[in-house]
Design a protein around this ligand. Structure first.
Ligand SMILES: NC(=O)c1ccc[n+]([C@@H]2O[C@H](COP(=O)([O-])OP(=O)(O)OC[C@H]3O[C@@H](n4cnc5c(N)ncnc54)[C@H](O)[C@@H]3O)[C@@H](O)[C@H]2O)c1
Ligand SMILES: [Zn+2]
Ligand SMILES: [Zn+2]
Length: 404
């Protein structure tokens, strides 16, 4: 089969690799019809290379049609249409039972001291072959796959794998109620979806910050008060002025470790990229090399006693943070990888609802065959050609899936 593979910094390719097979009684194989490209994939493209091997298959936002199931997989059958959550979780351990599927004790990675495995995401998260491929082996398929109806287009459902639950969790963790003010840093797919979900949940005052003109426009088009980072030397002053001098009740960080405006971190990322893997792994594990511009501004902007909800991914173990400010302002911090299945009962009715309340149908800007993956990665990273959300279409196009 064809698959998108990592070969080095800024070097992804489309390789022909062996088809996956059922290896465990709890496995399933799906034929992938749609598969998202995520901001998290960009961290592999630039920063996390030391934890990934050439030839590893990328991608963690797939959906498709079930081709085969192991004997212990009961809730889905061959021919079913399924979305695959990016976390690989068992559904029956302590963590899964408490709704923390991204911390699943069955698939945690003890070698690195990290949480549940997920698809296409380095040795830190299990080095499990990913879903930007024609076929995908799904471990723990007795629990993970989300069965969805045939009929509507793939775009209605594919974002259940990551964007929708991540954005939903970001808003839940922000702990806002109607009347509160929410500010979202980063208006990429995660941040923009968080603004839509917040509005859907009755939050009227939603602000957003980014620096890409089309992204600011997209958010403004549905009523977000969007601020261009490039136009303001003192973001905090602008935000305070617009929030009665106090700051928003909650701030969501939907940027992560590659934030714009962190020259020292950027240099460290380049340096890590030049070192041999073992030395670079040590540097990332022991030294703080995140680009913290967004997270630092979250602490600065949020009102005293407010909440910072962190969806953006961070990887440096010793990134310097302003603890005095966090303590002095009494800031709550919540975050982490999304617990995908925890939120599906809230989200599934919305993605099939008349009128498409979260706008999933028109969310993707580019549908791209797998062969174009190298270009799509580059355009997404450089934010060129209006690239906002890319969905790869490795298998049957969504119409064919719909007709099945
Ligand atoms: N927690 C999870 O489970 C989870 C799941 C998916 C993605 N993520 C993470 O969420 C983040 C966003 O993902 P995405 O797909 O939307 O990616 P993206 O890279 O498209 O979006 C990030 C946006 O932040 C903007 N930005 C950069 N620096 C900024 C700054 N200093 N202030 C404000 N905005 C800034 C960029 O212009 C961009 O539009 C990434 O870190 C990704 O890894 C986390
Ligand atoms: Zn993702
Ligand atoms: Zn579990």
């Amino acid at each position: 089969m064809k698959a998108v593979t990592w070969h080095g910094n800024h070097d992804v390719r489309v390789d022909t690799v062996d088809d996956p097979t059922i290896e465990q009684p709890t496995d399933a194989i799906i034929r992938v019809t749609s598969s998202g490209l995520c901001g998290s994939d960009l961290h592999l493209y630039e920063v996390l290379g030391p934890f990934i091997d050439p030839g590893d298959i990328l991608g963690h936002e797939p959906m498709g049609i079930v081709e085969a199931v192991g004997p212990e997989v009961q809730h889905i059958a061959v021919g079913d249409r399924v979305v695959i959550p990016f976390n690989i979780s068992c559904g029956h351990c302590y963590m899964c039972a408490t709704g923390l599927m991204s911390q699943c004790e069955t698939t945690q990675n003890h070698d690195y001291g990290t949480g549940a495995s997920f698809f296409g995401y380095t040795k830190l998260y299990g080095q499990v072959p990913g879903g930007q491929a024609e076929l995908l082996r799904v471990p723990q398929a007795q629990f993970g796959p989300i069965k969805v109806p045939h009929g509507p287009s793939d775009d209605r459902f594919v974002f259940l794998s990551d964007v929708l639950p991540t954005a939903w969790q970001a808003v839940v963790y922000a702990d806002v109620k109607p009347g509160d003010r929410l500010l979202v840093l980063g208006l990429g797919p995660i941040g923009e979806m968080a603004t839509r979900i917040a509005q859907h949940l009755g939050i009227e005052h939603v602000m957003g910050v980014d620096l890409v003109p089309e992204r600011l426009e997209r958010a403004r088009a549905h009523g977000v008060q969007a601020i261009d980072l490039e136009e303001h030397d003192d973001l905090a002053a602008v935000v305070r002025e617009q929030t009665g001098g106090r700051g928003p009740d909650a701030v969501i960080d939907a940027v992560g470790m590659e934030a714009h405006g962190a020259p020292v971190g950027k240099l460290a990322h380049r340096l890590a990229g030049l070192l041999p893997d073992a030395a670079a792994q040590k540097l990332i594990e022991t030294a703080g090399i995140d680009r913290l511009a967004a997270l630092s501004s979250a602490f600065d902007l949020v009102r005293r006693g407010g909440t910072v909800s962190v969806s953006g991914v961070y990887g440096g173990a010793a990134s310097p943070m302003n603890l005095m400010q966090i303590f002095d302002k009494q800031i709550q911090i919540r975050g982490g990888q999304a617990n995908v299945k925890r939120w599906i009962d809230d989200l599934l009715p919305l993605v099939v609802a008349d009128g498409d309340p979260l706008g999933t149908e028109k969310f993707a800007t580019h549908h791209v065959p797998l062969d174009d993956a190298p270009g799509a990665y580059e355009r997404f990273q450089k934010k060129e050609d209006g690239t906002f959300k890319v969905v790869f279409t490795p298998g049957a196009p969504s119409e064919a899936a719909a007709a099945a």
